[in-house]
Design a protein around this ligand. Structure first.
Ligand SMILES: NC(=O)c1ccc[n+]([C@@H]2O[C@H](COP(=O)([O-])OP(=O)(O)OC[C@H]3O[C@@H](n4cnc5c(N)ncnc54)[C@H](O)[C@@H]3O)[C@@H](O)[C@H]2O)c1
Length: 392
C-alpha cells in the first residue's frame, strides 16, 4: 500500500512524512510519495526531504519517491497537507476564512481534478489543509463522497479525550467520545458520546455532570469568545500564565482554547496534527474498520436540527480501507443537536461559493443506511494530539 503526501515540505506535511517512516507505518516494500510544487521552493526542498529521511531511517524506510506534478500523484492513500495556513495575528482575530478558502480552494481543485483524471479511482483522501470542510467538499465532488475524509474532527476528538482524561486523572485510552461540527472554534464536543472505561452508566453520568459544571453547549460560543479575549490580555504580559489559565477551565473549553493559544504563541500544531492524521492513514492501510470522527460530505446520513444534512459536517463515522461507510450518530440532546445544526449551516455558507453544492454520490465503498447503534468503538490509540484557532 502506498501513500502520497501533498505539501510534503510544509510543517505539517514534513511531520506526517517523518512519523509515517519513523513509526514504520509503511513497510520497506511500500512507497511514500513526497509531493511538492513545481516552481515553488518546495519543488527543490522535496528532494532534500527525501535525502534527509533516507539519512535518518534507511534501515526501515519505505521507497521514497518525489512528485511535482499533480498528474503524477499515485497512491492508495493521499494526504492533502498542501496550502496556505493562517498566520497568528496580534489581535487574536484570525485571518479571514474566506481569504484562506479562496487560496486553498485552488489547491484542492488542482489535486481533485488530477486525481479524478489520473488516479486509480479507489484512492482514499485524508484532508488536513484548512478549511478542512472546503477541502472535503471539493474533493468529494470530484472523487466520490465516501473516499474523502477530513481529519480535523478526529484531531478535535483526540484533544477532547485528552482533556477529559486529564480532568478524570486517567489515561486517554480509557476515555471515548467524539467531537463533531466544524474544525476550529465551531467544533462541537458531543458530551452524550463520552464513555469512560470502568465506570457504569450512573457513575459516568455523575462524572460527566461534574466535569460540565451545569453548563450546556448553548453558552459555548460565548465562552469561547470570552476565553480568547482573556487569553489575549494575559498572553500579552505572560504567555506561561495564559497556558496556566487554560488549565483552570472545563475540558470542552480547553479543547478549543489550548490549540488556539498554541497557534497564537507562534508554535504550530504540526506534531499533533500529523499524529492524528497517521491514525487515520494506519486504519485505512490496515484493512480494519474503526469509528473515528471526521468531516465527511453527507447526503442525508445524519439529521441535525430536525433536517437531514446535505453537505459537509464533522460526525462519528466508520472508516475502513475504502473510506468511510456509515455515520454513527444517535439522537442527540437538544444542545448538541442545535450546535451541530449551527456548524452545518456555517460550513454550508463557507463552502457554497466554491462548490456546485452537489457532492458526487458515486463511490467504491458501499454506503450503508444510517445506523442508530451507539458509537462505542474506541480506536486503540494513545497518540497525543495538541493543537487550532480558526482551525489548526
Ligand atoms: N486539519 C488540521 O487539524 C490542521 C492542523 C494544522 C494545520 N492544518 C492546515 O494544514 C495546511 C498546511 O499547514 P502547514 O503548517 O504545513 O503550512 P506550511 O506553510 O508550512 O506548508 C504548506 C505547504 O503547502 C505547499 N503549498 C502551498 N501552496 C501550494 C499550492 N498552491 N500548491 C501546492 N502546494 C502548495 C507549500 O509548498 C508547503 O509545502 C494549512 O492549510 C493548515 O491550516 C490543518
Amino acid at each position: 500500500m502506498d501513500v502520497a503526501v501533498l505539501g510534503a515540505t510544509g510543517d505539517v506535511g514534513r511531520q506526517i512524512c517523518t512519523q509515517l517512516v519513523e513509526r514504520q507505518v509503511l513497510p520497506p516494500t511500500s512507497r511514500l510519495q513526497l509531493v511538492g510544487r513545481p516552481g515553488g521552493s518546495s519543488g527543490r526542498a522535496v528532494h532534500g526531504l527525501r535525502t534527509d529521511l533516507v539519512d535518518a531511517y534507511d534501515e526501515h524506510a519505505p521507497l521514497l519517491d518525489v512528485a511535482l506534478d499533480p498528474d503524477d500523484v499515485v497512491a492508495d492513500v493521499v494526504v492533502v497537507a498542501a496550502g496556505r495556513t493562517p498566520p497568528p495575528t496580534s489581535d487574536g482575530v484570525p485571518a479571514s476564512r474566506a481569504e484562506l478558502a479562496a487560496d486553498n480552494a485552488a489547491v484542492f481543485r488542482a489535486y481533485a481534478d488530477a486525481l479524478a483524471a489520473h488516479g486509480s479511482g479507489s484512492e482514499v483522501v485524508v484532508v488536513v489543509s484548512n478549511p478542512v470542510e472546503l477541502g472535503v467538499a471539493i474533493l468529494a465532488e470530484r472523487l466520490g463522497r465516501h473516499r474523502v475524509i477530513g481529519m480535523g474532527a478526529w484531531l478535535d476528538t483526540l484533544r477532547f479525550r485528552r482533556e477529559l482524561a486529564v480532568s478524570l486523572g486517567v489515561r486517554r485510552h480509557r476515555v471515548g467520545g467524539f467531537v463533531g461540527g466544524q474544525h476550529g472554534e465551531d467544533a462541537v464536543p458531543l458530551w452524550s458520546t463520552v464513555r469512560i472505561s470502568g465506570l457504569d452508566v450512573d457513575e459516568r453520568e455523575r462524572a460527566v455532570a461534574r466535569l460540565r459544571g451545569g453548563r450546556t453547549l448553548a453558552t459555548f460560543p460565548a465562552e469561547v469568545a470570552d476565553a480568547k479575549a482573556q487569553l489575549m490580555a494575559v498572553a500579552s504580559r505572560d504567555i506561561a500564565a495564559a497556558f496556566a489559565l487554560i488549565d483552570t477551565w472545563p475540558p470542552d473549553l480547553r479543547v478549543v482554547a489550548r490549540p488556539w493559544m498554541t497557534h497564537q504563541s507562534g508554535a504550530k500544531t504540526a506534531t499533533g496534527t500529523a499524529s492524528a492524521t497517521i491514525d487515520l492513514v494506519e486504519t485505512i492501510l490496515d484493512g480494519r474498520e474503526i469509528v473515528v470522527a471526521g468531516q465527511v460530505a453527507l447526503a442525508g446520513e445524519a439529521r441535525v436540527g430536525g433536517a437531514p444534512v446535505d453537505g459537509v459536517l464533522g460526525v462519528p463515522v466508520v472508516v475502513g480501507p475504502e473510506g468511510w461507510t456509515r455515520v454513527l450518530l444517535d439522537p442527540l440532546p437538544p444542545d448538541e443537536d442545535a450546535r451541530l445544526a449551527q456548524a452545518a449551516a456555517a460550513i454550508a455558507a463557507g463552502t457554497a461559493p466554491w462548490t456546485s453544492g452537489t457532492p458526487a454520490t458515486t463511490s467504491p465503498a458501499t454506503p450503508s443506511p444510517v445506523t442508530t447503534s451507539p458509537p462505542t468503538t474506541t480506536p486503540a490509540t494513545t497518540t497525543p494530539a495538541t493543537t487550532d484557532g480558526a482551525a489548526r
